[in-house]
Design a protein around this ligand. Structure first.
Ligand SMILES: [Ca+2]
Ligand SMILES: [Ca+2]
Ligand SMILES: [Ca+2]
Length: 285
C-alpha cells in the first residue's frame, strides 16, 4: 500500500509499512486546502492509479471510499502526519505529530515574491516548512523569523547550513520546491515538487462570490482551482487580481480572449488555465 499526493505532485508514491495490522507512513504536508495545495492524497494499492485506490467522498467520514475523482483526503492543518489505513475496514486516521518552534514565525523572502513574506509552517520540533515557487532561473531567497529582517538567515558558504544575516541563497532553478528549515541546527533543504508557472499566481473571479479575485493553484506549470458554480455562474481569469489583464471567452472555443465575454458554467469543476490563455475544465457529477 502507498499514499500518493500533492506533497510529491502525485508523481511519486510513498510506501506504507504494515504496523500492528494497519498500513502506516509519515508524510510532511506543508500546506492545506485547494490553493497551493500540499495537503491532499489518496491510498493506492500498487503505487499508481492503475489499480485499486481510495479517497474519501465528501463529506469525509474517516472511512475510505474506492476510486472516484476529486475525493482526495485533505489534512486539516499543515504539519507532519502519521497516516494509518486499515484496508479491511477502510478506516483511516491522520495524526499530526507534535510541533513546537522557538521562533514565533518564519518567512521565505526572495526575488520570487518581490522580497515579500511567505509564511512557513511549524511542522515538528523546531522544523519549518513551506512550498516556494521560483519562477525564473536565477531566483534568490532568505529566511526571516519576524518579517522585519531583524533575525534573518542566508548562507555564506553554500553548505546547506544557514548563517545569521548571511548571504542570499541561490534557488536551484525554476519550479515549486518544498523548503524545510531546522531552526536549531540551521540546516535547510529543498525538494523539487513540480514545474513553475510563469507568474506567482493567476486569479479567477466568479459571479457567485461577488467577482472577488481568488488565487489559483499552480499545478504542473499551469493554474488550476476547484470552482463550485452552483446552478450557474459566470467567471473570468485575471492575471494580477486587478482586472488589468483579464480573459473571458467571446466564442466558447476554450481559448480565452482578452477582455472577452464572461464564461458560463454550472456545477463543480476543476478549472485549468494555461499560459497561452487556453482553458479547460473537468466535469464532475
Ligand atoms: Ca467515506
Ligand atoms: Ca553556511
Ligand atoms: Ca475564444
Amino acid at each position: 500500500m502507498f499514499i500518493i499526493g500533492s506533497p510529491r505532485n502525485y508523481a511519486q508514491a510513498l510506501p506504507m509499512q504494515c504496523v500492528n495490522g494497519a498500513w502506516e507512513v509519515d508524510e510532511l504536508f506543508a500546506g492545506t486546502g485547494n490553493v497551493f495545495a500540499a495537503g491532499a492524497f489518496k491510498f493506492v494499492q500498487n503505487g499508481t492509479f492503475n489499480g485499486p485506490n481510495w479517497g474519501d467522498l465528501r463529506p469525509a467520514d474517516g472511512i475510505a471510499d474506492p476510486g472516484g475523482d476529486e475525493n482526495d483526503i485533505v489534512v486539516p492543518n499543515p504539519g507532519t502526519y502519521t497516516v494509518r489505513f486499515d484496508d479491511r475496514t477502510l478506516r483511516y486516521t491522520l495524526t499530526r505529530k507534535p510541533s513546537r518552534c522557538a521562533q514565533p514565525s518564519m518567512s521565505l523572502r526572495g526575488s520570487f515574491n518581490g522580497w515579500g513574506k511567505q509564511d512557513m509552517f511549524c511542522v515538528g520540533q523546531g522544523q519549518w516548512a513551506a512550498i516556494a515557487m521560483f519562477i525564473g532561473p536565477n531566483e534568490q531567497y532568505k529566511l526571516d523569523a519576524l518579517g522585519d529582517w531583524s533575525t534573518n538567515f542566508g548562507d555564506d558558504n553554500g553548505d546547506g547550513i544557514a548563517d545569521p544575516s548571511g548571504a542570499n541563497i541561490a534557488a536551484p532553478g525554476a519550479g515549486r520546491y518544498l523548503v524545510t528549515f531546522d531552526e536549531g541546527s540551521l540546516r535547510y533543504a529543498l525538494r523539487f515538487i513540480s514545474p513553475a508557472c510563469s507568474r506567482p499566481t493567476t486569479f479567477i473571479r466568479s459571479s457567485n462570490n461577488g467577482w472577488q479575485a481568488v488565487a489559483m493553484e499552480c499545478e504542473n506549470g499551469h493554474y488550476a482551482i476547484n470552482l463550485d458554480a452552483g446552478s450557474g455562474a459566470e467567471y473570468k481569469f485575471d492575471a494580477f487580481g486587478d482586472w488589468s489583464l483579464n480573459w473571458g471567452d467571446d466564442n466558447g472555443d476554450l481559448r480565452a480572449d482578452q477582455n472577452g465575454a464572461n464564461i458560463r458554467l454550472s456545477g463543480v469543476h476543476h478549472v485549468h488555465f494555461y499560459n497561452d490563455a487556453r482553458y479547460a475544465y473537468d466535469t464532475h457529477q
